[in-house]
Design a binder for this molecule. Structure first.
Ligand SMILES: NC(=O)c1ccc[n+]([C@@H]2O[C@H](COP(=O)([O-])OP(=O)(O)OC[C@H]3O[C@@H](n4cnc5c(N)ncnc54)[C@H](O)[C@@H]3O)[C@@H](O)[C@H]2O)c1
Length: 280
């Protein structure tokens, strides 16, 4: 296996894929950003222009190129990170395609927020070279990345992945034993679940819970403000995926929360969630 990672291809140029590509380009890797949609690649130009505008970053723009031909995207690649929508069948399909086209030594990572790579690895022959490599956008504000093995991932692949994460000045969050939610999302999810249940049971108001969180942690936003920003539909889907996994009634989102989703109170993007928002 070649020991050096030189070329990195990101599959999916959406919200997270483009951020991973830009971050990687800053550290002098040869970065290919691939998407199936031509319009996404057009849109990404604007993002890259803004990202590399500061003088300190300007000459790094040349490290990233856009591609809509997957065979070309796989040429001489050392590390592939998949960042396509959160659908396990779609991810298996793209993993299988990558496996057929990429050089033998190439590591394939998934940025999935919820699927362990063990649920995707059946699609590839190189089961020793797959990883979960999960980012927390916005990456400049949250430079940490979960890294987790599949059932047959080799130590060599894991070490190589870890070193690559460090090389782009992110902290690797090592998952020692497979768990849904990896390291930080799992902790964050426990906070959200407790907060939502306390609100739904009438134990405390959202303002009180957010205030307590802000005073204690020194953060400028509480769990409800953060959930409103992310989107309550997203938070709901995450809660449901944990519930489906555990089948524990305590994990089921309370009816009061479900009603909010049904009413279209999705947070910042609809002007109302746990709070009312003026600009959206
Ligand atoms: N949004 C977040 O905050 C966040 C955070 C961490 C991880 N993730 C994970 O990252 C992944 C992507 O999420 P996102 O929010 O960036 O999604 P997104 O919808 O913004 O982007 C997905 C992109 O993939 C492209 N795509 C779809 N099918 C493709 C294919 N077969 N080949 C190439 N490109 C394809 C789409 O055109 C789109 O541009 C998901 O697995 C998600 O769980 C998201």
């Amino acid at each position: 296996m070649s020991n050096q990672i030189k070329k990195v291809t990101i599959i999916g140029a959406g919200f997270t894929g483009r951020q991973i590509a830009a971050r990687t380009a800053l550290y002098d890797y040869n970065v290919c950003l691939y998407d199936i949609k031509e319009e996404v690649l057009e849109d990404v130009q604007e993002f890259l222009k803004k990202f590399f505008r500061p003088k300190s970053k300007r000459d790094k723009r040349k490290n990233v190129y856009l591609e809509n031909n997957i065979s070309k995207a796989m040429e001489d690649v050392d590390l592939v990170i998949e960042a396509i929508p959160e659908d396990v069948e779609l991810k298996q399909k793209i993993f299988s395609e990558i496996d057929k086209l990429a050089p033998e030594h190439t590591i394939i990572g998934t940025n999935s927020s919820s699927y362990p790579v063990s649920k995707i690895e059946s699609a590839v022959k190189r089961k020793d070279k797959v990883l979960n490599i999960h980012f927390y956008p916005p990456i400049p504000l949250r430079p940490m990345v979960d890294i987790m093995k599949g059932t047959q991932t080799s130590d060599k692949t894991f070490e190589k992945g870890k070193k690559w994460i460090q090389s782009i000045e992110c902290t690797p969050l090592v998952v020692k034993k497979e768990i849904m939610g990896f390291v930080f999302n799992r902790i964050w999810r426990a906070v959200k679940r407790e907060a939502i249940h306390m609100w739904a049971n009438g134990n405390a108001d959202v303002e009180t819970i957010d205030t307590a969180w802000k005073i204690f942690t020194g953060m400028n936003m509480g769990p409800f403000e953060l959930m409103d920003g992310i989107g309550l539909d997203v938070a709901y889907n995450v809660e449901m995926s944990y519930y489906k996994e555990s089948k524990d009634p305590k994990d089921k989102p309370p009816d009061k929360f479900t009603e909010k989703i049904e009413k279209g109170e999705l947070g910042l993007k609809t002007g109302k969630g746990f709070y009312k928002w003026k600009s959206f």
